[in-house]
Design a protein around this ligand. Structure first.
Ligand code: FE
Length: 247
């Protein structure tokens, strides 16, 4: 089996939200897909360990916000890599409700769907939840975000509870083996000293590359990881330097 084959499956990126007893829950998902047209049904895959899964199943409703391509990635850090126990995810976003009462996040959103749960299928680690679209809206004609584009831009990988999680070490091993077979010599391009090595954010997978720096955070190219200011934060999920490890 080739793990790399799984990265050839195409997805978008979505913010799924629900609410139970006045408490909102939301997360970032790539597995949202329309399964029938009449009635319009959407399927989502929810990990059993995630708090939002219980909220969706008990409330019987969820919303899907389709994220835009040119977005402020903080929303992905907050909703995709932080737990509702750590931060109040909804304090910095604008929401509305439509037919079901599920909160619908409008920030960075090009379109949304308001869904009532019709069916749940036990997949072992996940529930496949199927909802009927009772309402929807198109907010912008901007391009939606695709998972492939996001993964390439931020060198990120799916978090462990994602349905499309791949073990990064195994994937890297597979790539190395393929490079070796082709006779590519990667060793000459590897940085030498430790401070020059790329560091990966253990929360979201963002890679800090000293050669490129981090212009989004005002860090010029050529800045070793060790020389980053103590208050440097991951541009995606806001995690501090302590959450980075050497690649
Ligand atoms: Fe991060």
């Amino acid at each position: 089996m080739k793990l790399g084959a799984f990265h050839k499956l195409s997805y978008g990126l979505y913010l799924i939200a629900s609410e139970l007893d006045g408490k909102k829950a939301g997360y970032i998902a790539n597995t949202v897909f329309q399964v029938t047209s009449k009635p319009p049904l959407l399927a989502i895959s929810c990990h059993k360990d995630n708090n939002s899964t219980e909220v969706i199943r008990k409330s019987g409703m969820f919303s899907v916000s389709v994220l835009q391509k040119d977005l402020n990635v903080k929303i992905i850090g907050d909703f995709g890599f932080m737990s509702g126990n750590e931060i109040d995810k909804f304090s910095q976003v604008e929401t509305i409700t439509a037919k079901t009462g599920a909160p619908i996040v409008l920030n960075e959103t090009v379109a949304w769907f308001d869904c009532e749960v019709r069916q749940e299928i036990d997949l072992g680690t996940h529930w496949l939840v199927i909802g009927e679209v009772l309402d929807s809206d198109l907010l912008s004609e901007s391009d939606p975000l695709t998972y492939a584009w996001y993964r390439e831009k931020y060198k990120m990988f799916s978090p462990k509870n994602s349905p499309t999680y791949l073990e990064k070490d195994l994937l890297d091993e597979e790539k190395r083996a393929a490079d070796d077979a082709k006779g590519d010599d990667q060793s000459s391009t590897e940085p030498e000293s430790d401070g020059e090595k790329p560091h990966v954010c253990m929360i979201c997978g963002f890679v800090y590359d000293p050669e490129k720096g981090d212009p989004s955070m005002g860090i010029p190219p050529g800045t070793p990881f060790d020389d980053l200011p103590d208050d440097y934060k991951c541009p995606i999920c806001n995690a501090g330097k302590d959450y980075f490890k050497e690649l």
